[in-house]
Design a protein around this ligand. Structure first.
Ligand code: ATR
Length: 283
């Protein structure tokens, strides 16, 4: 890795706070090496008060592109020259590309998720009856990209109904919004249930976002969480005969779409997953 830094022709990075546990440097640096690209990726821990200066500094240094993570995904939008349409609708940016000195912001989270979903199902999602649990930032990204991909309608349930209503207003699509009790009654109708909330994420590993006793035959339960790799909800769903998808695919997918934006090359997704799984095993 050290040699890569010395001979790197292009630099990429991550702006977040904190970034110590990020798996992105290992994932991207391995892929740069694998693709024979003399590039290097570094994680920068940037305090929210310093974000503007950090972006100006990156511009002055000629950094080629960067990812943005918590807590900067919304604030970063004020410091960019242009924002891609999907990122505008989502209202957050996680990837920035330096195009001839202009910073262009994208959001690859939702696209990365849809990509991982299609890999899992091996077919289109057009006839899927979908329930999305949660209406925070992750939900906004996933729902926006599902519609962009071509899904005709879906349902959102959230503890705070007004947040789901905001997503519908921003997207301008037909979205069914259901209180938990109403959605629960319809559980057996869904082909795909997506948990976008933090319920079940370490350290709250015993929290379950949705019941699994009345799932439709062949239902796919998809959790955006990757820590733990298999949440209690996914374990229960599996026990009920459901198919499951954990959050590694979305993490790798968002990285892959960013990698392509920066380099024009679609990366080796399987290898990226291996690197991420190795990082998670070490945690
Ligand atoms: P992210 O960017 O990861 O989506 P977020 O914007 O804070 O994070 O959104 C978290 C989502 O998880 C929200 O939908 C939140 O519900 P509220 O909108 O009602 O706050 C949901 N969530 C988190 N913890 C929850 C819990 N214990 N019960 C129900 N919903 C929960």
């Amino acid at each position: 890795m050290g040699n890569n830094v010395l001979k790197a022709e292009k630099l990429f990075g991550l702006l977040g706070h904190p970034v110590g546990h990020s798996m992105s440097p290992a994932m991207h640096n391995d892929q740069f090496e694998k693709q024979g690209l003399p590039y290097f990726y570094h994680a920068f821990d940037v305090d929210p008060r310093d974000l503007k200066e950090a972006v100006e500094g990156m511009r002055a240094l000629g950094i080629s592109g960067f990812n943005v993570t918590v807590p900067h995904k919304v604030e970063i939008m004020s410091y960019l020259d242009e924002i891609d349409e999907e990122a505008q609708i989502i209202g957050a940016v996680n990837t920035v590309v330096n195009k001839k000195g202009r910073w262009i912001g994208y959001n690859t989270d939702g696209k990365g998720y849809v990509q991982s979903l299609l890999t899992k199902t091996g077919k289109g999602l057009h006839d899927y009856n979908i329930l999305v649990i949660g209406a925070g930032g992750a939900s906004r990204a996933v729902v926006t990209s599902l519609y962009k991909y071509g899904v005709q309608s879906l349902a959102i349930t959230n503890r705070t109904i007004s947040k789901a209503e905001n997503i519908r207003k921003n997207l301008g699509h037909e979205i069914e919004i259901l209180e938990k009790e109403k959605a629960e009654i319809k559980t057996g109708e869904y082909d795909l249930i997506i948990n976008t909330t933090s319920m079940g994420m370490s350290p709250h590993v015993n929290t379950i976002p949705w019941k699994t006793d009345v799932l439709k035959q062949g239902c796919l339960c998809s959790d955006l969480i990757y820590n733990p790799l298999k949440t209690t909800w996914l374990k229960e769903a599996e026990g009920q005969g459901a198919d499951t998808l954990n959050g590694v695919g979305m993490f790798v997918g968002q990285g892959a779409v960013a990698f392509e934006l920066w380099t024009g090359i679609w990366p080796d997704i399987e290898r990226m997953s291996e690197v991420v799984l190795e990082q998670l095993r070490r945690k």
